[in-house]
Design a protein around this ligand. Structure first.
Ligand code: GLN
Length: 189
């Protein structure tokens, strides 16, 4: 199995390091030909506006969209989640639009721009997951094909899956918990 991490901007090094701990050597992806032969791709957190622009100028937007339509597994965290969405309610940025979710960018008020909290994620087992939110988006609405994986105590949706597409509003790559990435490797396999 071959996995890539989109390495335009943002927390790509952290994803690569975490995968390394799982014994998986990831390919940093900056050019379309580096997508060749990948079974999975991670789109990291960062600044979705910047990542979107860079993906467009390096011809990665159309290519990743096409591959995702042909079964490439894609895992987006934070800004990566925004880039997967087919509806970004408060921004006009170009996204891949492959996942049937409506997303709101920077959805938490100023005081809570960043926070950490333990949330239950049943598909990962009984132990809660330590979720790090940094100027995070939320998922406001999901389509019929989408499975909700995690919510905050107030019901806000913060992780979801649609077939081979996986999205988290928080940053599993900034924790020592390998379960979310392992879950993605299982989806890829
Ligand atoms: N606020 C960022 C955006 O919308 C996401 C922040 C992050 O990825 N940590 O692009």
């Amino acid at each position: 199995m071959k996995i890539g991490v989109l390495a335009m901007q943002g927390a790509f090094a952290e994803h690569i390091a975490l995968l390394d701990r799982l014994g998986v050597k990831a390919v940093p992806v900056r050019l379309p030909q580096q997508l060749d032969g990948l079974d999975g791709l991670i789109i990291p957190g960062g600044e979705s506006t910047t990542i979107s622009k860079l993906m467009l100028s390096y011809d990665l937007m159309g290519e990743v969209k096409k591959l995702a339509g042909n079964g490439l597994a894609v895992f987006g965290t934070c800004a990566g989640l925004v880039l997967l969405a087919n509806d970004i309610v408060n921004s006009g940025i170009t996204s891949l639009g492959v996942m049937d979710i409506a997303v709101k960018r920077n959805a938490f008020g100023r005081q809570q721009d960043s926070f950490e909290t333990d949330i239950p994620i049943p598909v990962l087992g009984d132990n809660p997951f330590h979720a790090v939110f940094i100027r995070a988006p939320i998922i406001e609405k999901v389509g019929n094909e989408v499975e909700i994986l995690a919510r905050l105590p107030d019901g806000i949706i913060v992780a979801a899956r649609q077939g081979r597409l996986l999205a988290a509003a928080f940053h599993p790559e900034l924790t020592q918990d390998l379960r979310f990435h392992r879950y993605f490797l299982d989806i890829m396999a």
